[in-house]
Design a protein. Structure first.
Length: 185
């Protein structure tokens, strides 16, 4: 029998403060809102992308273009997902991504494999002028040479634990937690 041990890393207020800071940094790196596209990786990155778009709209007067990437078919572990993976929809803004600054948004950066899949899919849809990576939580354990440009919080995580981002639409609340699964004898 297994039980899950959870340690809060960021409550809703801390996540919202981090998102506000990250939104300002996105706008600053792009020198404004013009030509900016936020592309969240489904299932939590797209929710975070919506929250970042709201923050940017509050500061800049209008939201940036927003889309979502479903990377299911681009995963390098698709065989492990199962015989019938659930495939979601990739949505692009009406103006597309060609020649624009695209910010890929994910919940947690760990091995880098999810981001690699997102980059592969993104390039199938067009050629951005520049791509930035924005993550709410970054931990060690990279397997690929991928680094985030904008980070909400860096977390030192033991190998037997994982970082979990909770969003209201899927989990009923907004938070970041460190989760450990241990065997009970």
């Amino acid at each position: 029998m297994a039980f899950t041990n959870r340690l809060p890393l960021m409550d809703e207020a801390a996540v919202r403060r981090a998102l506000a800071r990250m939104a300002r940094e996105i706008v600053e790196r792009n020198a404004g809102r013009e030509g900016l596209v936020l592309m969240g990786i489904r299932r939590r990155g797209d929710v975070l992308g919506g929250l970042l778009a709201e923050e940017i709209a509050g500061a800049e007067g209008s939201p940036p273009s927003v889309g979502a990437l479903d990377i299911t078919l681009y995963r390098d572990d698709l065989a492990e997902v199962g015989p019938r993976p659930v495939i979601g929809e990739t949505t692009l803004p009406p103006a597309g991504i060609d020649g624009r600054t695209v910010v890929i948004i994910d919940d947690v950066l760990f091995t880098g494999r999810t981001v690699r899949a997102a980059l592969n899919e993104l390039m199938d849809w067009g050629r951005p002028a520049r791509v930035l990576l924005c993550v709410l939580a970054e931990r060690d354990g990279r397997e690929l040479p991928i680094q985030a440009d904008i980070v909400g919080r860096r977390v030192d995580v033991p190998p037997d634990r994982r970082v979990e981002v909770l969003v209201p639409e899927l989990d009923g609340r907004l938070a970041v937690e460190l989760v450990a699964t241990e065997e009970v004898v």
